[in-house]
Design a protein around this ligand. Structure first.
Ligand code: 6GU
Length: 397
């Protein structure tokens, strides 16, 4: 992976030479290049900032040095043939997460633009998107304010870099870690078994691997409940076949994976009905992406893998009706209860004022019809949108 960082404090990024990331650079797995923004100024004072139009506190980074710096980065030799994904760290961005790190780790080339002061002139973002054709993401480490993006870049490059194949020798150590599956890590111990009057939990010395795994899972749940209750969805306690499932809102980066999942479910339905008149079958990347604007899509992930999805929206015809659609689960989790979890989630996220929940389902899908009946759905008098399907409805408590 190629990484370019532009900053007015290039020395700040010196730690990228150390430890695992430094080793990955030596091994040729990461090609990290740091650039000084001031090299792209032309005045004696190497000025990169100026006062804000409209007034207000602080200074704003000028567009011209940034445009030249980006041109310079784009003109550098570039074996992948791709354009960089431009990441701008800032407290006003989307939250950085393990999921985002995983997506960014798939990019052949990342460029980081470290802002200072109050930030960068907005036209730099527009120029990068519209004129240079770059994907631009503003990304925040969390809800607090740093003086500049450099520390954030150190954190992000470390989190992303370690996911690049080969950077971490033991790929297994990447799996059972805090945040990979939405639970915090269990407590760990090493020798001696008794230290300062404190003993290692006996189960860990028992040699009973089943008991150890069960204890560790309990510890993960307890710890997550105590420290990060926001991460705990009901589904963790009741996950299908003991697989913890995390349900989160889909974002644009999820679209390619989501489109594949929806196609798979649609194909199954097409085969079952012998008809290609299944709307989801004809949804490509663009349709799945634009549906994110007009509806909510929820994704179920288990250990990072996309295993299910459901779409919800307020009915455009009747404002008190909540439409649930595209409920889809991977074949290996069929019958695991995940579909019911997704349905519950779709219902739980309906806003106040919703009186009726509706679903449209193929009339031949007897198993699904039975499951929806069990969940409280009954045939509705609303007309179906296509032949061979029925609309089911449920009154909201
Ligand atoms: Cl990425 N940048 C700055 N300047 N402040 C932050 C941040 C980033 N994330 C949280 N606070």
């Amino acid at each position: 992976m190629r990484v370019d960082v532009v900053s007015i404090f290039p020395d700040y990024l010196a730690p990228l030479d150390l430890s695992l990331i430094g080793k990955a650079r030596e091994d040729g797995l990461l090609d990290v290049r740091v650039h000084d923004l001031r090299d792209f100024t032309h005045d004696r004072h190497r000025t990169v900032d100026d006062t804000p139009y409209g007034g207000g506190a602080g200074m704003v980074m000028k567009p011209q040095p940034w445009a030249e710096a980006l041109d310079h980065v784009l003109a550098l030799d570039n074996p992948s043939g791709a354009k960089p994904h431009l990441v701008v760290p800032g407290p006003g961005g989307q939250p950085f997460s393990q999921a985002l790190a995983r997506r960014l780790a798939l990019e052949p080339w990342l460029a980081f633009a470290c802002g200072r002061y109050e930030g960068i002139d907005e036209r730099v973002y527009e120029h990068a998107r519209d004129d240079l054709g770059l994907e631009v993401s503003v990304v925040s480490l969390g809800d607090y304010v740093l003086n500049g993006g450099e520390v954030a870049v150190l954190a992000m490059v470390e989190a992303i870099g370690r996911l690049v194949p080969g950077v971490i020798g033991n790929a297994e150590s990447l799996v059972e870690e805090s945040h990979e599956d939405g639970l915090l890590e269990y407590p760990i111990y090493t020798k001696p078994s008794s230290w300062n009057g404190r003993d290692v939990p006996a189960v860990l010395l028992s040699g009973n691997h089943g008991a150890i795994a069960a204890w560790r899972h309990e510890q993960r749940l307890a710890r997550t409940a105590a420290r990060r209750p926001d991460l705990l969805h009901a589904s963790h306690a009741t996950g299908p076949d003991g697989v913890p499932v995390d349900i989160t809102a889909a974002t644009r980066g999820d679209v390619p994976e989501l489109a594949v999942l929806l196609r798979a479910c649609a194909a199954e339905e097409a085969v079952a009905t012998g008809s290609l008149d299944v709307p989801a079958l004809h949804e490509g990347l663009d349709e799945v992406s634009s549906a994110l604007e007009t509806s909510q899509t929820w994704l179920a992930r288990s250990a990072g893998r996309l295993v299910g999805a459901v779409r919800t929206r307020r009915s455009p015809d009747a404002g008190d009706r909540w439409e649930i659609s595209r409920l889809c689960v991977t074949p290996d989790l069929d019958g695991s209860g995940l579909d019911r979890q997704l349905l519950d989630h779709a219902e739980d996220t309906a806003p106040d004022g919703i009186r009726t929940l509706t679903l449209e389902v193929g009339a031949h899908r007897t198993d699904a019809l039975k499951a929806y009946r069990k969940a409280g759905y009954r045939p509705a008098d609303t007309p179906a949108s296509r032949p061979g399907t029925v609309v089911l409805a449920k009154r909201r408590r």
